[in-house]
Write a protein that binds this ligand. Structure first.
Ligand code: WTA
Length: 657
């Protein structure tokens, strides 16, 4: 969502108060659902809240393989939380071996479609064999428990194979979205002390080949800890290979043994780290563990997606984000689900690619992002009307709030008016979905993520930490530990404490504002920190600013989010320059600079040159003022003129005092 969220007392609340449409689940859907009524939900919710030890012990014993049973369910000492202490399990085992043992080895695990149209299906037995082989490859390169493996790959089955091979042997994966720059990869590799890099010769995007390996080469020049690099041949793109350091995936796999028993790992062993933006310039490595994360991903997948073994489930996210970790790999696969995986862009070769995929593969559950849905709306209904989407029975959204009109369009045009929509609220930090409708039980309201899942105890407080009443915005916190919660920030315990645990001691601070309506439904109102949500991806303003300021002609700058029709928010940067004149050329150069420093997704949409930045008397940049200017601006005027926002600032400062 956008700037309107910045102030809980403005637009958003009025706006949603008028949103009275209610969509109860159809009798047909409820009849076949895993959780079929609100009273079933309430029973589960109360059981989890009243006796979390028993609730989670039962689930853990039923749903997970334990090499060694756990002694205790949950222990909390402030920010230090342990789930299933004393136990040993393995995520890769729970996602693969368990299904083979249950006789489901022939079930399709991944139905993959490459952007050029090539297709592969891997059964659970085949996926298991590939994962075991690759785990043996990792071992040969001296990767073992606790070593960090950095993965920068296209959306191919090998990306999932690499992740599952790491967790099989207790190596910690750090997946970096394949749109990040060499600088960003190097930063993350250094922060994590990554020992191995995995990448590919290229990536297909809208018919072009992007040279991933060249980017990785530049990153590895600065990644001192990385000893080896494995390169998947995907795009038949000639790429340089460095002797001894670089190895072809297929050569290493050739002759690798498919026998690799899963390593029993402590419940609290780190399974992966995933870098995400915070309110400071340095990305933080969110640390997840083994047993709790695995259970949370598995159980929330069942609850929210009403999953049945016959379903063909498609999550359109990239594995470079938490949604791909939890709802392409670990959640669905822990259940033995059949997952569709697509490599490329939604509009290649034409804007109907998604609907073509849904029709051909008879997708039953579709989980995508509001930013994508807004693009589909814009591209026009004709691309949808060409296709038979009647296989769909459930739709989901994630990553940002969905505007009610977009919700209605999704419901009618994609869902044919009869698929429930699950608007799922959660974060990289939460490991899995925290609030969402249960599609057979909850009546939905467009724009609301409705109610917390069993095990989630939210509280909304104002600045004095007093719980707010209905329809009052406040900071959304989580009062009780849940199995999928983050356990730390890699290498930065102090930041972990400050960021999440010190505002409201004993409670996890989500960083989002929210309110509850009169029916107890939750409405997320955007971030309380300086994070911009571009196309559902989190970027911190300071990260963008730091990248800009590293350009020799930038004296000072401020990045803010502004509403954007397709992306949710776009980045606008106000720049005061030095030693040069403002020009279009400089603007392009700055955009290129940010692309190089962070990656394409952080490139500002607007760059506005200013004599000076508006500041408060204490010297704080007046971000709210800049947000207003950015939101209200007309199309770029005379680009070579310097605007002087400090005048405006003076006016506002006078108003304030
Ligand atoms: C926002 C993505 C409203 C929110 C899984 C959160 C949402 C941040 C929703 C986390 C939703 C995510 N409604 N806002 N359904 N889902 N958000 O870590 O601000 O990439 O804190 O995790 O996205 O983004 P992240």
């Amino acid at each position: 969502m956008s700037d309107q969220n910045a102030d809980p007392n403005t637009g958003q609340i009025d706006n949603v108060l008028h949103e009275e449409r209610l969509f109860p689940p159809s009798a047909d859907f409820s009849q076949q659902a895993n959780i079929a009524s609100m009273s079933d939900y309430q029973t589960l919710y109360d059981a989890a809240k009243n006796d979390p030890d028993k609730f989670w012990a039962d689930i853990a014993n039923q749903e997970m393989h334990w090499f060694k049973p756990f002694d205790r369910v949950v222990e909390q000492n402030g920010k230090d939380v342990h789930w299933f202490a004393g136990g040993q399990t393995n995520m890769s085992f729970n996602c693969l071996d368990a299904h083979i043992a249950a006789g489901n080895g022939d079930r399709a695990a991944i139905i993959w479609e490459g952007e050029p149209g090539d297709q592969r299906t891997l059964s659970y037995a085949q996926l298991h064999a590939e994962v075991c082989k690759f785990a043996n490859v990792l071992k040969k390169l001296d990767i073992g428990v606790g070593d960090v493996v950095s993965i920068y790959m296209p959306m191919t089955p090998e990306l999932a194979i690499a992740m599952l091979a790491c967790t099989r042997i207790g190596a910690i994966h750090s997946v970096i979205f394949a749109g990040f720059s060499a600088e960003a990869i190097a930063d993350r590799n250094n922060d994590a002390s990554a020992k191995l890099q995995i990448t590919s010769d290229g990536l297909f995007r809208r018919g072009k080949t992007l040279p991933l390996k060249e980017t990785v080469d530049a990153a590895l020049e600065k990644s001192r800890s990385v000893e080896n690099c494995i390169v998947l041949k995907r795009a038949q793109n000639d790429c340089p290979m460095t002797d001894r350091r670089d190895h072809w995936w297929h050569e290493l796999m050739d002759g690798a043994s498919p026998d690799c028993p899963a390593t029993p790992l402590d419940s609290e062993a780190t399974s992966f780290i995933l870098y995400t933006s915070g309110s400071t310039g340095k990305p933080k490595g969110i640390r997840h563990t083994t047993a709790g994360y695995n259970i949370w991903a598995k159980k929330t997948f069942q609850w929210v997606f009403d999953w049945k073994p016959e379903d063909v489930y498609w999550c359109t996210a990239d594995c470079g984000w938490i949604t791909g970790h939890s709802y392409i790999v670990y959640g669905p696969m822990a259940n033995g689900a059949t997952c569709l995986m697509y490599e490329g862009a939604p509009n290649h070769p034409a804007p109907d690619r998604f609907w073509d995929i849904v029709e051909r593969h008879k997708v039953t559950i579709l989980y995508t992002a509001p930013t994508a849905i807004r693009a589909f709306v814009k591209w026009g209904d004709q691309h949808i009307e060409k296709h038979d989407l009647s296989s769909l029975r459930l739709l989901g959204t994630v990553g940002e709030g969905i505007n009610p009109e977009t919700w209605i369009w999704y419901h009618e045009k994609i869902g044919g008016g009869n698929c429930p929509i699950v608007d799922t609220w959660w974060q990289t930090e939460t490991g899995g979905i925290m609030m969402s409708p249960l599609p057979g039980a909850t009546s939905t309201k467009p724009g609301s993520c409705t109610k917390p899942l069993p095990g989630v105890v939210p509280v909304i407080v104002d600045e004095s930490l007093t719980p707010v009443g209905p329809n009052q915005g406040g900071m959304l916190c989580i009062a009780k530990p849940w199995p999928g919660m983050l356990r730390g920030i890699w290498g930065d315990d102090q930041r972990f404490t400050e960021q999440y645990w010190s505002t409201y001691p004993g409670n996890y601070l989500t960083g989002d504002n929210a309110r509850i309506d009169n029916d107890g439904y939750y409405w997320i109102m955007g971030r309380i920190d300086d994070v911009i949500n571009v196309s559902g991806h989190r970027l911190s303003t300071i990260e963008v600013e730091s990248a800009m300021v590293s350009h020799p002609n930038v004296a000072e700058c401020a990045a803010v989010g502004r509403p954007h029709e397709l992306k949710g928010q776009a980045i606008a940067v106000f720049v005061s320059i030095k030693d040069t004149e403002a020009s279009d050329q400089l603007r392009d150069e700055l955009k290129l600079h940010v692309r190089k420093e962070i990656g394409a997704l952080a490139v500002p949409d607007d760059i506005r040159f200013t004599e000076a930045l508006p500041k408060t008397r204490s010297g704080k940049i007046m971000r709210r003022l800049l947000r207003d200017i950015a939101a209200g601006r007309e199309a770029a005027g005379d680009v070579s003129t310097l605007e002087d926002f400090s005048v405006l600032a003076k006016i506002s400062a006078d108003d304030e005092s």
